[in-house]
Ligand binder design. Structure first.
Ligand SMILES: [Fe+2]
Length: 382
């Protein structure tokens, strides 16, 4: 079997790097940018700041702030209209996963025509999208570097997993000074999303030595710094470390893909409009308990990366330490303990489990699940 490694061409890291956004857009040949963001970031003035930086580099812009959490096919259509009306030639996304995913969706339909629903699945596009620069404001989804784009179908309420190498942005920007503005709950949820990316990539059926290295370092950094980033939002050492951690976790899952945690979390997001990172954090230990028999040594590796002492333990005991360490981290940063607290209802489990089994993220889970296995994982996470 052959493997590919996908990554944006340029990735800017470190305090102050956002100031490069205009120069990078201009070197991509841009004259007018569609800035895709959400209403909150727009109100905070961040979209205007990006517009100002673009203007300094002689790139005009128009702001579309209609990306909502769990962005929909309707958001994509709205953004497409504004891009065309304003004759834009580049997309600059500003935000977390929702803004980047919405921007990718707009780019796909601008480049290929049709409706975003046509692109659910793997590599369904046939033409390139416009150039894209992704300015990240959270430390978790890594959508600024990935070929993944998750858009909710408003008719079926299913979050469509669009995996397409053409949606990879050309430039990603991760500036920890922007992350410092993130509220505590968002820092916790997005940080656990990053941990989930690393864990699912590390146990994926298509993991490679490259993705393993990225995943383990990400797990180590998240275990060491996420609590501090949540507790002291302006701790720049922790914020800086978390930008690297989420980037590494993104590099891992962008190439080794994910598993049932994401496949199931997409259903919770689509059905109940719940935050992605919180759903992942709750499901993570339960799905990994199901996965543990696939390769217990991999779980020992993760426990070690999380700082657990495992040398005196059996492989099974060491593997269990990874699960308890994940649960402890979630509890320490006030992630809800179960789906019951999110008002999830058991009557929806069968439909959500069926949808999870055909979600593109499920295909690389290390243990193949039956319908009742997926339902039981939902139940155990209540
Ligand atoms: Fe995720």
């Amino acid at each position: 079997m052959s493997y590919s490694f996908f990554m944006p061409t340029v990735n800017l890291m470190g305090a102050g790097c956002v100031k490069e956004v205009g120069n990078r857009a201009r070197t991509l040949g841009a004259k007018k940018a569609l800035i895709v963001t959400d209403k909150d970031l727009s109100k905070l003035g961040l979209a205007d700041m990006i517009a100002g930086l673009l203007k300094e580099a002689d790139v005009k812009s128009v702001i579309f702030d209609g990306a909502i959490p769990n962005p929909t096919d309707l958001n994509v259509a709205d953004g497409e209209k504004i891009y065309k009306e304003n004759k834009c030639d580049i997309i600059v996304s500003l935000g977390g996963g929702s803004s980047h995913d919405c921007a990718k969706g707009i780019g796909l339909v601008i480049g290929n025509g049709g409706n975003i629903r046509d692109f659910a699945g793997v590599d369904k596009s046939s033409k390139p999208m416009p150039p894209m620069v992704a300015v990240n404001t959270t430390s978790g989804t890594a959508s600024e570097i990935t070929r993944f784009c998750i858009i909710t179908n408003t008719d079926t309420k299913v979050k469509m997993a669009i995996v397409d190498w053409r949606v990879t942005p050309q430039v990603s920007i991760n500036d920890p000074e922007i992350m410092a503005k993130m509220p505590r709950g968002l820092t916790a949820a997005t940080g656990m999303d990053a941990l989930t990316h690393a864990v699912e990539a590390y146990v994926s059926t298509i993991a490679t030595p490259v993705t393993d290295a990225c995943a383990l370092k990400a797990i180590e950094l998240i275990s060491k710094y996420l609590r501090s980033a949540v507790a002291y939002g302006d701790n720049m050492e922790a914020r800086d470390a978390m930008t690297y951690a989420q980037l590494l976790a993104g590099m891992a899952f962008n190439n080794a893909s994910l598993g049932y945690v994401h496949a199931m979390a997409h259903q919770l997001g689509g059905f109940y409009d719940l935050p992605h990172g919180v759903c992942n954090a709750i499901l993570l230990p339960h799905v990994q308990r199901f996965n543990l028999i696939s390769n217990p040594q991999r779980f020992v590796d993760m426990a070690k990366a999380m700082g657990e002492k495992v040398d005196h333990l059996s492989v099974r005991e060491g593997a269990e330490k990874a699960l308890t360490a994940i649960q402890q981290l979630s509890a320490d940063i006030a992630i809800p303990a179960g789906l019951t607290q999110l008002n999830v209802e058991e009557k929806d489990f069968e439909v959500m489990a069926k949808n999870a089994m055909v979600d593109a993220c499920s295909f690389t889970n290390p243990v193949t699940a039956k319908l009742e296995d997926v339902i039981n994982m939902f139940k155990s996470a209540m």
